[in-house]
Design a protein around this ligand. Sequence first.
Ligand SMILES: Nc1ncnc2c1ncn2[C@@H]1O[C@H](COP(=O)(O)OP(=O)(O)OP(=O)(O)O)[C@@H](O)[C@H]1O
Ligand SMILES: [Mg+2]
Length: 221
Amino acid sequence: MINVGYFITFEGVEGCGKTTQIKLLSKSFSTLGLGTVLTREPGGCPIADKIRAILLDADNRALSPLAELMLYAAARAQHVTEVISPALEAGKIVLCDRFCDATIAYQSFGRGIDRGVIDNLNIQACQGITPDLTILVDCDPQLGLERARRRIEASSGPREERFELEALAFHKRVRAGYLQLAADEPDRFLIIDGTDSIENIFATISEQVVTRIPEALRAVC
Ligand SMILES: Nc1ncnc2c1ncn2[C@@H]1O[C@H](COP(=O)(O)OP(=O)(O)OP(=O)(O)O)[C@@H](O)[C@H]1O
Ligand SMILES: [Mg+2]
């Protein structure tokens, strides 16, 4: 399928600021009158949200790397079918908090699963959908983990901390993986310095993103 809308994904290590920035961008797009769908992975629809609960539950220490990978793929297949693909076909701008690059960064660079296996699963799960633009919010995982832990302690919702409990070395491999992916596809990726203030990061992202959205989608505002 060819994307009719525009697909933007946000990536980066735990606590780098993805959710903060994607929400600001979604709000700004809505204010501009752009048809926007804000979603996230793992999850984004009821069935995939059930899979998310398994993936992020810190009690699931015994989850094997291969089972983890396949759960991500299953959640993505459902999410693409139910949410992302229809929204793009309807000409919407889809903003997704993590997508296929996260699986490569975490399960291949982080866990060491063969890249070919992951690429094949991503091809199946994504069903021809690829991000038009990927914003990589880059920061030292130590800083990201400190932020994420503070957020988890302050929140009353589910703790969703299975990955936050991984060793720092794991998160360093994930960051290196993301930077490698960005170097491999410089036209798709925009690397943002996640150590800056929330306001400055948002200013950079909005300035960069607006120029990349196709004229036809911008024309509605
Ligand atoms: N640039 C920033 N400077 C300081 N604090 C920030 C910045 N961006 C986000 N934060 C704070 O850090 C915490 C983590 O941010 P956020 O939830 O947006 O990160 P995330 O990348 O979505 O994390 P996760 O990978 O765990 O979903 C939040 O409490 C947020 O308010
Ligand atoms: Mg988040």
